[in-house]
Design a protein around this ligand. Sequence first.
Ligand code: PEP
Ligand code: MN
Length: 380
Amino acid sequence: MILVLSPNTRTDSAEYRQLMAHLAGLTGIATRVHNEVGIEQTLTEVYLIGNTKALPVEEMRNLPCVEQVVRVSEEYRVLGRHHDDHRSTHFDYNGVRFGQDTLHVFAGLCAVDTLEHVESMMAALRDNGQVCTRMGAYKPRTSPYSFQGHGKACLPYVFELAGKYGIKVIAMEVTHESHVEEIRDALFRTGNATGVMLQIGTRNTQNFELLKIVGRQQDFPVLIKRGFGITLDESLNAAEYLASEGNRKVVFGLRGMKTNMGDPHRNFVDFSHVPVVRRLTRMPVCIDPSHSVGLRASSPDGILDILHVTAQGVIAGANMVLVDFHPVPSKALVDGPQALLLKELPLFLEDIRIARAAYEQRAALARRHQEAELQPVSQP
Ligand code: PEP
Ligand code: MN
């Protein structure tokens, strides 16, 4: 059970002390307090752990400071959507709002290769009104002989250029706890010119020790990719590891499943799970059309498969699109064949706007239908 307290409840107030004293007197119930410090307010949640079945919701709601009581099911306790759960479905980071009601495009390099490529990418983003990007510095590769990313050596120029071009959030994969420290240190040295969303890649979705470390810090939000060979439930539990350690600024990423059934695509596109994740959890949902499709094929309508699946994810309500671009794909050190060209960025963004507008119309239509169903039938 979760007790959501009134915003800005002070822990030194008499009411708070009264509440905690009451909870301490409940037999077999332990408490864990989580504070979420936002721009406008601090939200405090008290988790009651143990046999909470006997606690009446109404009684708990009448306790001092308590605004909302959520009876959680076993699954995804922190990030899940539970019965009568009115907790928020968004978070803010570095001036950008990430929620189940927003949409951000993270177009960028799969892997940082040269300073010049980073700069042309960021200039194109700025020219197209974008404030987010992806830049891989630590690359988990199938072969030990493949380029592994420039690591911390590239961070100073990546962060400085991001500041120069107004980029506010960079999605960057980390595969080891030392990477988090290297990123923190390099950002500090640039006077925090930009922000970073730490990415947990599909190969590390169930690296529980990494999840715990990334979950314990609250400086950076996290994009966790779905594991490519495990169930959705297993991947959502992996996301819950981050939140149970304290970090609720989590975005869940769909990137396709590993099976030959998806051929000729690199992975079997799983964007039909966008609404499923939004229903089961309060996380914003990201789609990665590049790693799902893996090639630049197009259909007879002239639309690239990568654009088709992006539109499919966006029209289903996706909140973030992580996508590979490269100024010269033939020179890319990782995943050149799936990179879109900088001159395709305006087209890509316009195509997304069309799909998003269609999604909004579909959601409005569904709401009108629901409201009509609720209207009492008028008597003749
Ligand atoms: C990536 O986004 O660069 C990446 C390696 O993705 P994934 O973990 O989904 O394979
Ligand atoms: Mn890649």
